[in-house]
Write a protein that binds this ligand. Sequence first.
Ligand code: SAH
Length: 271
Amino acid sequence: MFHAPTHLSSPTGTVHLVGAGPGDAELLTLKARRLISEADAIVYDYLVSPEVLAFARPEAERVFVGKKGGGFCCPQREIEDILLRLAREGNHVVRLKGGDPFVFGRGGEEAEALAEAGISFEVVPGITSALGAAAYAGVPLTHRAHASAVVFLTGHEDPAKPDTSIHWEDYGRLRATLCIYMGMKNLETITRRLQAGGLPASTPALVVQSATTGEHRQLLSTVANVALDSEHEGMGAPAMVVIGEVAALADKLAWFGPARQSLEAGIALAS
Ligand code: SAH
């Protein structure tokens, strides 16, 4: 019997760019969970927790395209080629990303590549880590008494990007809650520049590491001291830095198991 080659017999598949949330598998959307459990292939990176991946079918192809520390083992172009190939082979592909795919997740670049190649795609939002970290750490990002605006920033700008570096001094004047992704490496510079822009040295600053997971740790300090305190306490990526008056509420509102333990163990350094 004649069997047509797969690429001729199967129509082109679809790629779902899916947010996996910040870590706790229960923070997945129902749609994300369904798509993961139906997928033929899952392309994922290091921030996706094993509990989330466990929803995939045993026979689903799993393609790991990232490594710990945020450095990609696969150049972005290669990831896009993998998505295009898997879709052209007729697979239902889930491109699984930590948090939300369109918040510092390069989901935009991947969607552009799919659109240009004429491959159908859908985007499934996820709980971005700023929201997950804040909720689990006990920090209301807005609060009628303290903050009317929230800003999501990256502390790790692509050094290749010309003329787009963040003017941290400007954000020091905003009086908004600042949520800094990928900020640990440059925390000293960032906090110095925020203060140079007028942010008072005593402004509360919270670092939340591995938020919402069993390894969740948080440290409350001030904008003047947070870089040094983090270093002393060995705080590292993946971590969210939340700066603003609301961060101090973590002292009162931290409710998540591991967060409470770290407070009680004195890891949280109230300023
Ligand atoms: N798309 C993701 C962000 C990817 S950039 C999202 O929407 O969350 C990677 C950065 O996200 C990390 O360096 C860290 O700053 C943050 N991050 C991701 N998961 C985190 C977690 N569980 N706890 C704290 N920060 C996290």
